[in-house]
Design a protein around this ligand. Structure first.
Ligand code: ATP
Ligand code: MG
Length: 395
């Protein structure tokens, strides 16, 4: 029977929380593979074994495992007895007809009571393979690295190794609410927090029916794509068009964008608290657009009093963010033209250095509390899960 041996990020998982992290990782692995032919997923002395059934689709399994946070690397492996002759024979049978230019054996003992130390295991098994086939040994840069892991009751060997997604297992860092615009940046910001173990809920402000439903469709597609990493997501949709209309009639044009943002933040904070989220997340980067100067960020931040605002891209260049969005797969969705709600009624020359007093004065002409309450009352949400029929769990 074939298995996958999953190694997790050792350093991140040290300490008292370790069993809990591993348990979470096992649960996440079970869920991401739920509709594939997988017999069992179990923690096994510092690694996780995924036992594949006969119909497991390896390409799909590999693609999915590559998205699971907390995984350092994983290998397709076979189980044998711990006797080195048996191990070498199994490896040779497996490699029949595939002579590598060079090879080496790398051994790890999870069972420190095993009679031989790792270098000795490497020498012996390497020697057996070399004697049988004559393949040259290259310790530094071998074409084939045969990895052996000795456990108390069995051994595994693997002929390949795939990089994992890194980060921390989804669900180990609590919940956050990410303001998701449909642009390039905010999906990358959401991904960064997912990678650090957060469950990320999404919040989109739209101006439908004043504008088309394009932004809502885009954000749904982005949420669906990002759900492949955290397996369950909730997307809140909040109608913002009427609020913008009120801002337009009562506030000086240069201040509009900052006022929109402050209203978004107030709504987001309330929603986050109701959802049990511990922080807000945005895709802002310093200096990228007029609303993202230090002065404006300060004026926007000051309306949020009970939660931190996380801006994981604050020090990134646009091209760096775009590259990340491309790797993530969100870029092609993000560049589909839409009518962003913030372009609606946006002045040609927005203020770049908003002064808090001036902004607060402009807000005195607006029924802020009522606008926020109304937005929250009409908020809708949609849930996503991966695999699609697995049930959302707790997004
Ligand atoms: P993005 O590419 O993420 O849209 P951007 O460079 O276009 O960012 P802005 O449009 O000014 O910058 O938005 C800054 C941040 O504010 C976004 O990253 C997002 O977190 C939030 N935001 C903006 N518009 C919306 C919206 N309609 N719904 C939800 N969040 C939004
Ligand atoms: Mg935008």
């Amino acid at each position: 029977m074939e298995s996958v041996i999953v190694h997790y990020q050792e350093i991140a998982l040290k300490g008292r929380n370790r069993p809990w992290f591993v348990e979470r990782l096992v649960t996440n692995l079970r869920q991401v593979l739920a509709d594939l032919d997988v017999v069992r997923v179990r923690a096994l002395m510092g690694r996780i074994e995924v036992v594949l059934g006969p119909d497991a689709d390896w390409d799909e399994t590999r693609a999915r495992l590559g998205r699971v946070f907390g995984v350092a690397n994983f290998s397709r492996a076979r189980r044998t007895g711990r006797d080195l002759d048996e191990l070498a024979a199994a490896i040779l049978a497996d490699l029949d007809g595939r002579p590598p230019r060079s090879f080496r054996v790398t051994a790890r003992r999870a069972d420190k009571a095993y009679a031989l130390k790792s270098p000795e295991i490497e020498r012996r098994v390497g020697g057996l393979i070399h004697a049988a086939r004559g393949w040259p040994v290259d310790l530094g840069n071998p074409e084939l690295n045969v990895r052996i892991e000795i456990l108390p009751r069995e051994a595994f060997y693997a002929l390949d190794r795939h990089p994992g997604a890194g980060g921390l297992p989804s669900g180990t860092s609590g919940r956050v609410l990410c303001l998701l615009s449909g642009g390039i940046d905010s999906p990358v910001a959401a991904y960064r927090l997912m990678k650090r173990g957060c469950r990320v809920r999404f919040l989109h402000f739209h101006s439908y029916p004043i504008l088309s439903h394009a932004s809502r469709d885009k954000v749904r597609d982005i949420a669906r794509l990002l759900t492949r990493y955290q397996l369950g997501s909730r997307l809140y949709m909040v109608a913002f068009g009427d609020i913008q209309k009120q801002v337009v009639v009562s506030a000086p044009p240069p201040l509009r964008v900052v006022l929109y943002r402050r209203l978004m933040m107030r709504i987001a904070e309330r929603l986050a608290r109701a959802a049990g989220a511990g922080a807000l997340v945005t895709g802002e980067a310093l200096g990228q657009v007029a609303s993202q100067t230090l002065e404006n960020l300060g004026v926007i931040d000051s309306v949020v009093t009970s939660l931190p605002i996380l801006r994981p891209l604050v020090g990134s260049d646009k091209n760096e963010i775009s590259d990340e969005a491309t790797a993530l797969g969100t870029y092609p969705i993000s560049i589909i033209p839409d009518q962003d709600c913030c372009q609606l009624f946006t002045p040609r020359h927005p203020v770049t250095k908003a002064r808090r007093g001036e902004v607060e004065a402009a807000e005195r002409g607006l029924p802020i509390d009522a606008l926020v309450a109304q937005a929250l009352e009409n908020a809708e949400h949609e849930d996503f899960s991966f695999p699609a029929d697995a049930g959302a769990g707790s997004p």
